[in-house]
Design a protein around this ligand. Structure first.
Ligand SMILES: [Zn+2]
Length: 429
């Protein structure tokens, strides 16, 4: 909406002054995601005394910068956000906190150093090869899906072909030369870095979308699918053990990073991602029949995860975690299919046992190993309410109990907790 219309929504907030304060001199049309929010906010502007606003904003400033202030603030911030909310008994050593804040503030400068040490070109080439093989596996799967009709398959394949793949680190590094970093107060360096990011975003207004940008820094141990760019992104940080071993055999890497790659790919077609088309526009390309089939099958996975009870009386929220659970199951299934294809080309590897394990067994062991972790009960409780991912244990046991391939690989008897009854198995990808 134009500025005038936004102003009508909130008569008691002066947008002109606000935009001037943030150096946005001529704001164009504004995408107001939640008009109702602004209407409600306006009544709060009227009814809340100025002194309360000052206190509230002061509190936010302190809370947001507490980790960068003096020891008392740092400790109290840790006490509440980590100890009380997450059960962490001890603050991390300073060097770890410093690296984390550098990653947050100037992550691409840190990342440039990081990839120089940890991410050789061979690793990038092997990761790209894995991505391409997973892409083929998903295309095969879409082609043979029993529940998706032809027009939807056609559009899905078009979207898959159009995926942008980013691996390791950006082709073009961010230029931090305008950011002032000095030996003065740490908190001021942090505030300048955060302003630098805000200004960088404001500078994008009215310009073409930069499709080369990254939403995570290179050292990040994570990956993402971004529906608005139709891209999958794997920072160098996750392209290392236990996810990815440049020297290991295929089974280990398909079970690890392969399952992550498959996971991210299916996000392009899940309850969120499927609403976007191949160039990232919000456009429904599903036929009503295929959409209904997808929803029906998704309900089965919602039911499955609702059963899980990580702490007495506290269940996984199957609805909240739906998209991630579908991606976990789809990811491991696609990676398994891609491994089978790789083994078809290499019959000697199919027969080869390593440490007494078949390739299929190594695949599933590797999949379990990537989620090997420990969490305190407080952390589990917090995340059950806020995290769209299931607790690590169920990210392994959930998908594998749905897979006949897993049952077969380890000869698990019917009726075991790791084998779901055939009529309760989820079957989407
Ligand atoms: Zn995900």
């Amino acid at each position: 909406m134009p500025l005038s219309q936004l102003q009508e929504l909130t008569p008691d907030w002066n947008w002109n002054n606000y935009f001037k304060d943030i150096d946005l001199l001529a704001p164009p049309d504004i995408n107001v995601h939640q008009p109702e929010f602004f209407k409600a906010a306006d009544t709060v502007f009227q009814s809340t005394p100025m002194e309360d606003w000052k206190g509230y904003l002061r509190w936010h400033l302190i809370s947001d910068t507490a980790a960068e202030l003096s020891k008392d603030f740092v400790n109290e911030n840790f006490n509440f956000k980590e100890r009380i909310l997450r059960g962490t008994p001890q603050i991390k050593p300073r060097w770890k906190r410093v690296v984390t804040s550098e990653d947050g503030a100037i992550g691409e400068a840190l990342g440039k150093l990081y990839v120089g040490f940890c991410f050789p070109p061979e690793a990038k080439a092997r990761a790209l090869e894995l991505v391409n093989n997973l892409k083929t596996a998903l295309a095969d799967r879409i082609n043979t899906l029993e529940w998706m009709d032809e027009p939807t398959k056609h559009a899905a394949l078009k979207k898959l072909t159009a995926f942008t793949v980013k691996i390791g680190y950006p082709d073009k590094w961010l230029d931090y030369s305008l950011l002032q970093i000095n030996r003065g107060a740490f908190v001021l360096n942090a505030i300048r870095a955060s302003k630098f990011e805000t200004n960088r975003d404001l500078n994008k207004i009215g310009k073409p979308v930069d499709r080369t940008e990254w939403g995570m820094t290179p050292p990040t141990v994570n990956a993402y699918y971004n529906p608005k760019m139709n891209e999958i992104v794997f920072p160098a940080g996750i392209l290392q053990p236990p996810f990815f071993y440049p020297q290991a055999d295929d089974a280990v890497n398909y079970g690890g990073i392969g399952a992550v790659i498959g996971h991210e790919m299916t996000h392009g077609f899940d309850d969120q991602g499927r609403q976007y088309d191949e160039i990232g526009n919000l456009r429904d390309w599903w036929t009503p029949q295929s959409a209904a089939e997808f929803k029906k099958r998704s309900q089965v996975i919602v039911n499955q995860y609702n059963e899980y009870e990580p702490l007495p009386g506290l269940h996984v929220n199957g609805e909240l975690t739906q998209g991630e659970n579908i991606a976990d199951l789809g990811g491991v299934k696609l990676a398994y299919a891609a491994l089978q294809k790789a083994l078809d080309k290499n019959p000697a590897a199919r027969k080869e046992k390593i440490d007494g394990f078949t390739p299929e067994q190594r695949f599933f062991l590797s999949f379990a190993a990537i989620w090997k972790s420990k969490e305190r009960d407080e952390e589990v409780k917090l995340r059950l309410n806020t995290d769209p991912h299931s607790p690590a244990r169920f990210r392994v046991n959930g998908p594998l109990s749905d897979l006949p391939e897993f049952q077969k690989a380890f000869n698990v008897p019917d009726g075991s907790a790791m084998v779901r009854a055939a009529d309760k198995r989820v079957n989407i990808w």
